[in-house]
Design a protein around this ligand. Sequence first.
Ligand SMILES: [Zn+2]
Length: 410
Amino acid sequence: MPRNDWLLVMPILLSCAGPGAGSTAPRAAATGSVEDVLRDAPVVDLHLDTPQWLLDQRYDLGEPRRELGQVNLDSMRRGGVGAAFFVLWNPPDLPEADAHARALALAAAVRAQVARHPADLAMAGSVDELLAARASGKIAILLGMEGAEPLHGDLAELERMHALGVRYVGLTWNAHTAFADAGKPDAPRHGGLSPLGRAAIAEMNRLGIAVDVSHLSDASAAQAIAASRAPVLATHSCVRALSDHRRNLPDDLVRAIAASGGVVGVNLHSVFLDAGFAARAAAAEEAHAPERAALALEAADPVERRWAPYLAELRVAHALPRPPLAVLVDHVEHLVKVAGVDHVGLGSDFDGGIVPPDGIESHADLPELVAALLARGHTPEDVRKLLGGNVVRALREVERVSRALRSPAR
Ligand SMILES: [Zn+2]
């Protein structure tokens, strides 16, 4: 369906999202069209970096999307998003001692948005709450943590973060932590997980916090998957077989995640999707490095010092020619081939400095992805799994494992 027609249909679809819309059972009238698939799928985005925009930029989700901003209520509604993980991430220039306070401030900024938009958003701490929010026509908001610096090495913090709404933790972002080696620095620190990292995974399994391996080194990820008794997520990752980037997963890790019952959420960043774009972006970044350094020097306050160069870099990257949507579909199809259709999901990484493929600006363009998947012959039932059904199943299993581990009968 041409994009404009889709936009005309969407308000009607949204008005139909009354009680019962959370049911994953196919409806009798479903024809498998793009709109049917999006209406019936519990669309779950595993990774949004929007909290930093809410906190640092005082951005409100009810506003129009700002230049370079990718997430707001309107676009999530138009893309049929039923649930989204908002991620607590610490900028690398922040002293580790400040990471805990930063995570709490980010979580508070998310909760303030939910309080400000009660007709649109609801915090969800479980799959039942996620589906209930969706059934009542709201978008369920969950929290994830990207990099374990806010735990400052204290496993007791995991329980506090769980109480705050955190339902997955990635033990690293791009820097090694006390828990695990990250994928980025070349020299490993622990050779994978540290003993503390293993203990953290056991505690996460007990609490019902999923393990996210997206930023871990290959060794850390393999060890984390082996250590976890619950399904493991790679919340925002593409595949290395199609584009050789260290942030992308090799096929053996994709298979291991699937064997755990987990899900790989495909990332929409062109740098990960397409090696040609990555090379162009790296060259542009280098060419503009002096300009960014000058912006950082000129900025008066610490937040501006971080954001001015970041936004300048994003502007440059967004001006480059982007790969076509077909490249994203190729990554999804490779994941389906290697992991199986029950172990692939969506982790857009919107608002995390990403440049999506051509034709995708926000969740509002998800119908284009759905149409492309259907056009390649994927069944409506399979596309619903990819959009979020698989994540719902994996999270239910994380909850079941937690209940079993907490049970006094053990
Ligand atoms: Zn990330």
